[in-house]
Design a protein around this ligand. Structure first.
Ligand code: IMP
Ligand code: MG
Length: 183
């Protein structure tokens, strides 16, 4: 079956969820919207590693504005009986963000904790504005209050891979979004 892949490469099976054409059309629309919303301004894109990389590389080429790019790394750890999440942010932001328009670029927003911690951190740097763009959003999983101005696709609680997103560090190189098959 063409839509079920993975076995030959020793990967767990997955099925196609969003194909390359659908993603590229949507990324182009997002780039056009961002270009028009920030007309006359310059923008600093702050990508959240590692999941942002494919989306950010595509999105930035559709933004017709002077753009600078920066990256921040984020890891979330679950610990303790209450399963509280700690989001640990790594990597400094070398570009001064004071009075700049900042757009945080995420591959996926799940609980929203990563994005909300990063937005708070950036707000302390007194930017002119800070907004979030994500390729995928799982609104039913949000646990933190987070406003996402630009989103590519809204999905359910399923675990997805590809287009930069991983399962145990694999699958990031798939040029489409797939969904892991349980079992
Ligand atoms: P948060 O829960 O919004 O803080 O997201 C934490 C991180 O979990 C994301 O940046 C992704 O790296 C990862 N993540 C959440 N859901 C998925 C998924 O469906 N596929 C791959 N990674 C995911
Ligand atoms: Mg991951």
């Amino acid at each position: 079956m063409k839509s079920v892949q993975g076995n030959k490469a020793g990967l767990k099976p997955f099925e196609l969820m969003l194909d390359q054409k659908k993603i590229s059309q949507r990324v182009m629309q997002l780039g056009e919207r961002i270009s028009s919303d920030y007309t006359g301004e310059s923008l600093v894109l702050v990508g959240v590693l590692k999941g942002c990389i494919v989306f950010m590389a595509d999105l930035m080429r559709h933004i017709k504005l002077p753009v600078e790019i920066e990256f921040i790394s984020a890891a979330s750890y679950r610990h303790g009986i209450r399963r509280e999440d700690d989001v640990v942010i790594g990597g400094g932001v070398a570009i001064p963000l004071k009075r700049r328009h900042v757009l945080v670029v995420e591959g996926i927003v799940d609980t929203g904790r990563t994005a909300s911690v990063i937005v708070e951190k950036i707000r302390k740097m007194e930017p002119a504005s800070v907004e979030v763009v994500t390729l995928l959003d799982k609104p039913a999983s949000h646990r933190a209050k987070i406003d996402i101005k630009y989103k590519g696709f809204t999905i359910g609680n399923e675990f997805v891979i590809g287009f930069g997103l991983d399962n145990a560090q694999l699958y990031r190189n798939l040029p489409f979004i797939g969904k892991m098959i349980e079992g």
